[in-house]
Write a protein that binds this ligand. Structure first.
Ligand SMILES: NC(=O)c1ccc[n+]([C@@H]2O[C@H](COP(=O)([O-])OP(=O)(O)OC[C@H]3O[C@@H](n4cnc5c(N)ncnc54)[C@H](OP(=O)(O)O)[C@@H]3O)[C@@H](O)[C@H]2O)c1
Ligand SMILES: *[C@@H]1O[C@H](CO)[C@@H](O)[C@H](O)[C@H]1NC(C)=O
Length: 375
């Protein structure tokens, strides 16, 4: 194309201005669409699709951070709550805090279970113990929220850490889902009118590759894929329940809904630990990210569950990342998600190269090499 006339750098100026125009038009459109999306979501959300009043909820990682925020709000909404974590003393404090928030003090019930959710059998024990505690009925909502990030560069991070990150951020949710669904999908002549909910807490790291998250992000991406694939599979059991002429015990007691909640940065004890080992280049890429408190992230997630969302982001940056990274994942609102997704493709033309340049420039300035003695 440039061969005949020679390379002319000024020829690039015109498209650059055009591109900048598109960039600002994109930014404005993003805001309009976001406002519209919230409006429409609120507008159509007449009925509460996540009613927990009088129902039983399990939240892993419920002793601090987002999990504790979720437990508090669900307690305010009238749920019986079971929190799971390893450290009993933290569970005791959190249980007091959650109990104090109850909508119907004295009527709601609260329980803590100390367990390590990276062990498959412990997840079976959790479901069994809660079913017994709940007078023989399985829990109505199970939220696989426990997780922990150990960021670091791939070659600097011992493989055992990357593997244990997969145990914590993927396998723990897979084990709990397996134990839960084996309990929920049994044939049952009993038919519940409200759906049961299986929820997993992923991360916006599942959408975007950021230098320094190789031990963590792949696990959260795998979790998202598990939720997408389970959602497809659960249609079969949910469909079976709609056949009125079939035998009563040829389908499960309740419809099952799966959700994946995708938060951005949360100001939690987990984040404090994460930042201790986080590479400087990761901090540069995350600069300016909005951090939510445990109450903010929990309120946003629950509000959007109540409108019936499947893949739930908790703030605007997450909304944009979700729209741009949907692939074959089910849409919450096909119109908004399609328009928003299209706009985000344009935004990535600028954000993507900018992030690549930052990492490249960091290496150029500070040097980058793998030193075996330092890991
Ligand atoms: N913080 C962020 O910026 C951020 C961003 C996106 C997504 N997320 C995700 O959001 C979720 C909540 O994060 P957070 O930062 O709010 O929580 P956090 O402060 O890190 O707390 C983690 C909770 O999980 C429990 N836990 C950890 N390992 C466990 C294990 N092996 N078995 C059972 N319980 C375990 C902890 O209690 P014990 O230590 O006593 O077991 C604690 O209750 C996680 O899935 C996280 O990956 C966080
Ligand atoms: C309902 O179930 C019965 C018995 O399994 C089956 O014969 C019938 O085809 C099903 N109906 C529909 C509409 O699929």
């Amino acid at each position: 194309m440039f061969g005949e006339t020679g390379y002319n750098p000024t020829a690039f100026n015109q498209p650059t201005y055009m591109a900048l125009g598109i960039y600002w038009a994109t930014a404005c459109l993003c805001i309009v669409v976001a406002v519209l999306a919230l409006n429409i979501m609120g507008f159509f959300s007449g009925t509460n699709k996540f009613d927990v009043d009088g129902r039983t909820v399990i939240i892993t990682g419920g002793s601090q951070g987002m999990g504790r925020g979720l437990a508090k709000i669900l307690s305010q909404k009238g749920a019986n709550i079971v929190i799971v974590a390893r450290t009993q003393s933290k569970l005791d404090d959190a249980l007091k805090y959650i109990t104090a928030a109850a909508k119907n003090p004295g009527k709601q019930r609260f329980l803590s279970i100390s367990a390590d959710v990276t062990i498959a059998e412990e997840n079976i024990r959790i479901i069994d113990e809660v079913t017994t505690w709940n007078h023989g009925s399985p829990p109505d909502v199970v939220w696989a929220n426990a997780g922990q990030a150990h960021p670091g560069l791939f070659v600097d991070t011992p493989l055992e850490i990357s593997r244990s990150q997969m145990d914590m951020n993927y396998w723990a949710a897979a084990y709990l889902s397996h134990a839960t669904l084996r309990s929920w999908l049994r044939p049952s002549p009993e038919k519940l009118s409200k759906p049961r909910h299986l929820i997993m807490t992923s991360s916006v790291a599942c959408y975007v590759g950021l230098a320094g998250y190789t031990p963590y992000a792949p696990a959260k991406a795998a979790m998202r894929s598990l939720a997408d694939t389970l959602r497809s599979e659960l249609n079969m059991y949910n469909g079976a329940r709609r056949n009125k002429s079939a035998a009563a015990d040829s389908s499960p007691a309740a419809e099952v809904k799966v959700h994946v909640v995708v938060p951005g940065t949360i100001k939690s004890p987990g984040l404090v630990n994460e930042d201790k080992v986080k590479h400087e280049v990761t901090k540069i890429l995350e600069e300016g990210d909005i951090a939510q408190t445990e109450d903010e992230v929990a309120a946003a997630a629950i509000r959007r569950l109540e409108t019936g969302g499947y893949m739930i982001t908790t703030q605007l940056l997450g909304d944009a990342m979700r729209a741009g990274g949907l692939g074959g994942s089910p849409r919450n609102n096909w119109l908004i998600d399609t328009i928003f997704g299209w706009i985000i493709h344009f935004a990535w033309l600028f954000i993507g190269p900018d992030m690549e340049r930052k990492v490249w420039a960091y290496g150029k300035e500070k040097g980058a090499v793998y030193r075996p003695e330092s890991s």
